[in-house]
Design a protein around this ligand. Structure first.
Ligand SMILES: *Cc1c(COP(=O)(O)O)cnc(C)c1O
Length: 421
């Protein structure tokens, strides 16, 4: 963010300006200021020959020729959001889906589509991943085999039928960072998919590092207000064509009303991400000094960023606003803290304007194999906090009173043990 040239898009504007304007081309000519919402499921056709041409174009993953024909093939409101996200990621295009998981499933299928020689296909995945993504790969539901590795084990896990390398950075829920340059080097000629949900394009643009596909659970920061489930993948035109083909075939659409809400959230994305990030730093520091907390996982602390990937001009411009911490007293203390928060909502998800607290081992990562959970540090005492844009002093006051409950309990237990001796 400190090199002004780096922040400029193809049209010369800086990131914040593009966030406010992207995907809004042509509105003035339409005589409107807000993007229109097109709810049509089908479109009247003027001319069969041209309509057939449009079908042919979209079946190959291209744009409609004139009419969108049918809303499973194309929707103009969704297309405006897709254009805007592509602009922010520095991608040629993007494809939106009905959820982050639908986007991930489509990316896996697109990777198979790209490699008809690879049979059922194989994926190399760096753990930790979001619980649902881990499960989709581990279950073999899509017919793909998966090898789970640590970031330095990618190269040796690649097989002749490997179609994709998958990683998250920061990783959910331990905030593990993956060095993108190193990952792309290890992958060689194979495409790399990065789930960049935690970072958003405000803090990280994986395509710059040679990554092929950038995935977002748009449910999180892109939506930002806890009222939309959505996903998107930003990539080259060739990948986008495959992703659209998969979307048409599987029907994993984003509804135009949801696309409108996502698009409306983008102008404030940089403001929300930076405000939440500033609050998270204060919360992380205070948590680290609290007696009920044994460990804080936060990319802004050197211990969580041994390779120096976070900072101005680095892979990730700042540490973001999600952090996790280990509570003294294990599962019982964790559940007491979740029960005791008042301002903070005890709920899964993240990236909302308000603060959310959840328990990965019991909720978002419940579906991950237990040994994998343990190996990747998703312990029963781990809590994940998505810091919102409230005044951080109010967030801290709430957490402090909740942590006091956990402390009371831990002390009571210790006292009981002492008394029983
Ligand atoms: C939530 C999440 C997903 C799944 O997205 P949905 O929109 O819930 O389907 C994928 N990756 C990460 C990192 C997430 O946090």
């Amino acid at each position: 963010m400190h090199d002004p040239a780096r922040r400029r898009g193809v049209n010369g504007h800086r990131f914040e300006t593009r966030a406010a304007h992207a995907g809004r081309e042509g509105l003035r000519a339409l005589g409107v200021h807000a993007p229109p919402i097109d709810l049509s499921s089908t479109y009247p056709l003027e001319d069969l020959a041209q309509a057939t041409q449009s079908v042919d174009s979209m079946a190959k993953g291209g744009e409609p020729v004139g009419s969108p024909i049918y809303a499973r093939m194309h929707n103009p409101t969704v297309a405006r959001f897709e254009e805007a996200l592509a602009e922010l990621e520095g991608a040629e295009a993007s494809v939106a889906f009905g959820s982050g998981m639908a986007a991930f499933a489509a990316a896996l299928l697109a990777a198979r589509l790209a490699r008809p020689d690879a049979g059922a296909g194989h994926v190399v995945a760096v753990r930790p991943l979001y619980g649902g993504s881990d499960h989709l790969l581990a279950s073999g539901l899509l017919g793909l085999e998966a090898s789970f590795v640590s970031p330095d084990g990618v190269k040796s896990a690649i097989r002749p039928d490997t179609v994709l390398v998958v990683a998250e950075t920061p990783g959910n829920p331990t905030l593990d960072l993956v060095d993108l340059d190193d990952l792309v080097r290890q992958a060689g000629t194979l495409p790399v998919l990065i789930d960049s949900t935690f970072a958003t394009p405000v803090l990280q643009r994986p395509l710059r590092h040679g990554v092929s596909l950038v995935l977002h659970s748009a449910t999180k920061f892109l939506g930002g207000h806890g009222d939309v489930i959505a996903g998107a993948v930003a990539a080259s035109q060739a990948w986008v064509a495959r992703l659209r083909q998969v979307r048409i075939a599987t029907g994993a659409l984003l509804h135009p009303l949801a696309a409108y809400l996502l698009h409306r959230s983008l102008p404030t994305l940089p403001l929300r991400v930076r405000a939440a990030q500033a609050g998270a730093r204060l919360i992380a520091e205070r948590l680290a000094g609290h007696p009920a907390v044994s460990h804080v996982l936060y990319p802004g602390f050197g211990g969580s960023d041994p390779r120096g990937l976070v900072g101005p001009g680095r892979q990730m411009e700042g540490p973001g606003s999600v952090l996790s911490f280990e509570i003294v007293g294990g599962l019982e203390a964790a559940s007491r803290v979740m029960k005791a928060v008042r301002l903070t909502t005890p709920a899964v998800s993240l990236g909302s304007a308000d603060t959310l607290l959840q328990h990965p081992a019991g909720l978002t990562h419940r579906i991950v194999a237990e040994d994998a959970r343990e190996r990747t540090g998703i312990s029963p005492s781990l809590l994940r906090l998505s810091v919102g844009i409230e005044d951080p002093e109010d967030i801290w006051a709430d957490l402090e009173q909740a942590l006091a409950q956990a402390g009371t309990h831990a002390n009571a237990k210790a006292m009981a043990e002492i008394v029983s001796v």
